[in-house]
Every structure is written in structure tokens, then in C-alpha cells.
Design a protein around this ligand. Structure first.
Ligand SMILES: Nc1ncnc2c1ncn2[C@@H]1O[C@H](COP(=O)(O)OP(=O)(O)OP(=O)(O)O)[C@@H](O)[C@H]1O
Length: 245
């Protein structure tokens, strides 16, 4: 039997939602110290089990708030699940919120090392790939400018360049990904396509069913934090379409 590249076992994720109105920070800390803050527990994911085999391209479908991004963040290691475990074999390129690990006071060059470390790349590896990252980002002399002076497109370009410098075994794509202007977008799409051509395993979140159908061979459908369908793309798309009628 085929060994899964990604395995999600009994994963649940609880968030604490504040149920009270707190007017300012001072009041918040007073309530915190007096243990007067009340939370409502909210389970964004509930006992999710999933296996993704090598070379599969899995679409993650579901309505707003179903838990799609939370699941991707847990698989990428950005969030730790409240319960359960995730194993991923090989290198991951998580194209989620690009540049979330950036430090605004540091230059682009310094952030390459910082963000690289956030993604778990060894320092020597970053040093080796440093020029390639700068070249792909097309930031030129701006690489020595603090990140706080970058436009949002420039930050995304640097984030994309760092996250894709590895040859990943697993590519995590969230459609919220914003990657600069039309020209740079094309370049990113070409890079993603080249990863597809090499047979990378893909996890893809999108609200666009045609886009998911174009890219993916399999899909899951999440509803209120639970997987309610898991199978071939056509079968799961049909269930999703029925739900969104
Ligand atoms: N940090 C957080 N704190 C509290 N609640 C959160 C947090 N992150 C997510 N949630 C809640 O978890 C639920 C699932 O969110 P998630 O972003 O995973 O949904 P989604 O399926 O990706 O939705 P969308 O299609 O709108 O992007 C939502 O109800 C959201 O409010």
C-alpha cells in the first residue's frame, strides 16, 4: 500500500473567543489578573483524519469559516493543534500568508535569514540560495532597505522567493496568496507550474471550484470543522455544488 506523504491524525483545534466587551487594554489586564475574562470555546476543527499520497493534488473545499486555512496552517506547522498530530514527509513550501514572519525594522537581506529560519531552512542553505532569492524577488537595491519601507507587493515578492527556493515535496497553496503585480504573478504561476510538472504533492484551498477542478485530482469538503466528503475531485465537487445551491 502507498505510504502517505501527509498524515493528519485525530486533529482538533480549539480557539478561545472572548465573550465579553472589554473597552480598553487597562480593563483587559485588570480582568485578566482578576481572572474575570470569560471565553467561549470554539472548535474550528474536530477530529480531522486525512492521508495524502505522493503526487496527489488535494483541493480543500468548504464555506467561509469551515476550517480550511486552519487545517493548512496546522499541516504547515504554523499552528499547533489542540489535539491530534500531523506528519509530513519531506520539505514543505507553505504559500500561505506570505511574509507573516517578517520583521519590519530589518532589511530585506536580514529578513531572508529570519524568514528562512521561520520556515526551518538551515542557515548554510539560505546562504547558498541567497543570490537566487534576491534575483527572483527582483528587489534590486531595495534588498538593503528596512522592510517597513516596502510596498505590500514587494513584501509578497520576497516572501514568495524565500518560500519557493526549496524544491518542495509538498506545496501548500492558499488562494488568498497575493503576489504582486500582473507581471510578477505570471512568474510565480510559472514557478508553481514547474513544481506541478515535477510531481509535487499539492494541498490547495480555493473558493473557485473551476480552479480546484483544473489543478486537483482529489478533494475534501469541510463543514463546521469536520470532513464530510473525501474522494475524487468530481465526486466531491458534486457534493460541494449541491451544498452551495
Ligand atoms: N486565531 C483565531 N482565533 C479565534 N478564532 C479563529 C482563529 N482563526 C480562525 N478562527 C475561527 O476558526 C474558524 C475557521 O477559520 P478558517 O480561517 O480556518 O476558515 P476557512 O474555511 O479558511 O474560511 P474562509 O473560507 O472564510 O477563508 C472560523 O470560525 C474562524 O473565526
Amino acid at each position: 500500500m502507498e505510504k502517505p506523504v501527509v498524515e493528519v491524525k485525530h486533529v482538533s483545534m480549539r480557539f478561545n473567543l472572548s465573550s465579553q466587551k472589554v473597552d480598553n487594554l487597562k480593563e483587559y489586564f485588570i480582568k485578566l489578573v482578576r481572572k474575570e475574562l470569560k471565553y467561549n470555546e470554539f472548535w474550528a476543527l474536530k477530529n480531522v483524519n486525512l492521508k495524502v499520497n505522493k503526487g496527489d493534488r488535494l483541493g480543500i473545499l468548504g464555506l467561509n469559516g469551515a476550517g480550511k486555512s486552519t487545517l493548512l496552517k496546522i499541516i504547515a506547522g504554523v499552528l499547533k493543534p489542540t489535539e491530534g498530530s500531523v506528519t509530513v514527509k519531506g520539505k514543505i513550501a507553505p504559500l500561505l500568508e506570505l511574509g507573516a514572519g517578517f520583521e519590519p525594522e530589518y532589511t530585506g537581506a536580514e529578513n531572508i535569514y529570519l524568514y528562512g529560519a521561520v520556515l526551518g531552512y538551515p542557515r548554510e542553505f539560505i546562504a547558498e540560495k541567497y543570490n537566487e532569492i534576491i534575483e527572483f524577488s527582483e528587489l534590486g537595491k531595495f534588498i538593503d532597505v528596512p522592510l517597513k519601507n516596502y510596498s505590500s507587493g514587494m513584501k509578497s515578492r520576497l516572501g514568495f522567493a524565500i518560500a519557493t527556493v526549496v524544491e518542495p515535496d509538498v506545496l501548500i497553496l492558499d488562494e488568498v496568496l497575493a503576489v504582486g503585480d500582473a507581471k510578477f504573478k505570471k512568474k510565480c504561476e510559472a514557478k508553481i507550474q514547474s513544481m506541478f510538472d515535477k510531481g509535487v504533492t499539492v494541498l490547495f484551498v480555493s473558493h473557485s471550484l473551476p480552479q480546484v477542478q483544473k489543478i486537483c485530482n482529489k478533494a475534501i469538503l469541510l463543514e463546521h470543522g469536520k470532513i464530510i466528503a473525501n474522494g475524487g475531485i468530481e465526486e466531491v465537487s458534486a457534493i460541494y455544488e449541491e451544498k452551495t445551491k
